[in-house]
Design a protein around this ligand. Structure first.
Ligand code: ATP
Length: 285
């Protein structure tokens, strides 16, 4: 009897990644282990520049770890796969293709486009509110519309896991709030495994079932917090809840420590500044 594969589960086991060789090697990820549980929304949060996008590239199979292994849906990751799709912070829509053609790109490139995928593309365009814009080009769409088109372009491939690297970074505050509410609703309907990376704590808590807080570079897991808040969630009122505030406080205090370490980055002057700052905040003269 064959064992059922845990569709969408990702196991990152003792993974390290360094760039460069020998004495010039820069460790970015070090002995990092965590699990992305199937059908849950996992958010990774950490200070800027610690190595979150590096971990995404490793999980997506664009790069190989220096040490350790990554298992996705029961199989070792050896390269990119349509079951692990990444939506990046920068738009990756092809500017010369219409919205509908962009959405159909995956099936088309694999030679799988047919009448059924065209119907699915229109269904997804409807779902992300872009049906009236199906024949427009990316430059004719707003930033929020472009992100929705990218979501549809990923979803048409029905991936086991959606990997999202700060997909709403750079959007204005109002569009970001609307996108977050829209995306949360989409995910509640879909029940898929999502792995989402951000530096924004409010966004993280609003979306997450589990929050993975990362350390300074070379990064590893600092802690995992279960975000056991009821759904559906309301972005405007989520922090009226005591539990949401307790999670935010816990995560922020760890992130603050890690950001300070990342900021010091080996510099004696920066480390002295941080120590003085810490003593002043703690009321030590
Ligand atoms: N191909 C590469 N070669 C050398 N160094 C790299 C390479 N890719 C990333 N780095 C370095 O690894 C570190 C981590 O980068 P990474 O983009 O993974 O961080 P991040 O946490 O995603 O940052 P941000 O939140 O700002 O996007 C950075 O110092 C970066 O300069």
């Amino acid at each position: 009897m064959t064992e059922a594969k845990p569709r969408g589960e990702i196991i990152v086991r003792n993974v390290s990644k360094a760039y460069g060789y020998g004495p010039f090697a820069t460790p970015v990820v070090e002995d990092c282990s965590f699990t992305v549980e199937p059908n849950k929304f996992t958010v990774m949060i950490g200070p800027s520049g610690v190595g979150k996008s590096t971990l995404i590239r490793l999980i997506a199979g664009f790069e190989k770890p220096t040490r350790g292994e990554i298992i996705a849906s029961g199989k070792p990751v050896t390269g990119p796969d349509k079951n692990r799709l990444v939506v990046f912070q920068e738009t990756a829509l092809f500017p010369w293709m219409t919205t509908a053609k962009n959405v159909l790109y995956g099936p088309q490139a694999r030679g799988e486009a047919n009448a059924a995928t065209k119907i699915l593309a229109d269904f997804l365009l409807d779902k992300v509110g872009l049906r009236p814009f199906r024949d427009r080009y990316p430059a004719q769409l707003s930033g929020g519309m472009q992100r929705r088109a990218e979501l549809a372009r990923a979803l048409i491939n029905n991936p086991d896991v959606m990997i999202l690297d700060e997909p709403f970074r750079g959007l204005d505050a109002m569009t970001k709030k609307l996108m977050l509410e829209y995306f949360a609703k989409l995910c509640e309907d879909e029940k898929r495994t999502n792995f989402f990376v951000t530096t924004d704590i409010d966004e993280a808590i609003f979306l997450a079932d589990r929050l993975i807080v990362m350390s300074a570079r070379p990064t590893k897991v600092r802690t995992v917090i279960e975000v056991d808040l009821p759904r559906p969630r309301d972005y405007a009122s989520i922090f009226r809840d005591d539990r949401a505030n307790a999670i935010k406080l816990e995560a922020l205090s760890l992130l603050h420590e890690e950001a300070m370490k990342a900021f010091a980055g080996g510099s004696k002057a920066a480390a002295d500044f941080i120590e003085a700052y810490r003593r002043r905040s703690a009321g030590v003269s």
